[in-house]
Design a protein around this ligand. Structure first.
Ligand code: IMP
Ligand code: MG
Length: 172
């Protein structure tokens, strides 16, 4: 049963903001090859819309899977479920993530991938739940800063459901 969620960020707002983020990335990495890494599963919608705005760039598509364990709404640890297919030594890498919440996930992934010595390493997140930060992470591109509310849709799940909604909604 699909509930009706209050819309926090509409499809139109998402599209327009993602276009601007793509412009920033294009400006910064003009003429360079970029490994754009989608963090599974939450970033899938954001990722596919973002790469469609970068068709004029030399983009290598890759995926990195993690799952957080904890009680569902709060992460206490991270494990790798899928490693990159490509070697990122000496390459430009941008991680594309759904949200920075406590920061544990991105802190962990960043430490794992930076050990492979990429040339540049940046993070692009659609949402930033800044009030909840526990670990500091250096995020270069942020789509939207949001308050401490639990969101679903556009890749975000509540126990694996609602990822397919085309907008971001709020759970009461
Ligand atoms: P972290 O706390 O920064 O490690 O974030 C862990 C993960 O929690 C994120 O990658 C999301 O998958 C998930 N998460 C955090 N906030 C939300 C939310 O509001 N809705 C759905 N998933 C969330
Ligand atoms: Mg995630």
């Amino acid at each position: 049963m699909i509930k009706d969620y209050e819309v926090l960020i509409s499809e139109v707002e998402l599209k327009s903001r993602i276009k601007t983020l793509a412009d920033e990335i294009r400006k910064e990495f003009k003429g360079e090859t970029v490994h754009l890494v989608c963090i599974l599963k939450g970033a899938i919608m954001f990722y596919s819309d973002l790469i469609k705005e970068l068709t004029d760039m030399d983009i290598i598509v890759d995926f990195f899977g993690t799952s957080s364990y904890g009680n569902g709404k709060e992460s206490t640890g991270v494990k790798i479920t899928k490693d990159l297919d490509e070697n990122i030594f000496g390459k430009n890498v941008i991680l594309v993530e759904d949200i920075v919440d406590t920061g544990h996930t991105l802190d962990y992934i960043s430490r794992v991938l930076k050990e492979r010595n990429p040339k540049r390493f940046e993070i692009c997140t659609l949402l930033d739940k800044y009030e909840r930060r526990v670990v500091d992470v250096d995020v270069k591109y942020v789509g939207f800063k949001i308050e401490d509310k639990f969101v679903v849709g556009y890749g975000f799940d509540d126990q694996q459901r609602y990822r397919h909604l085309p907008y971001i909604g709020v759970v009461e």
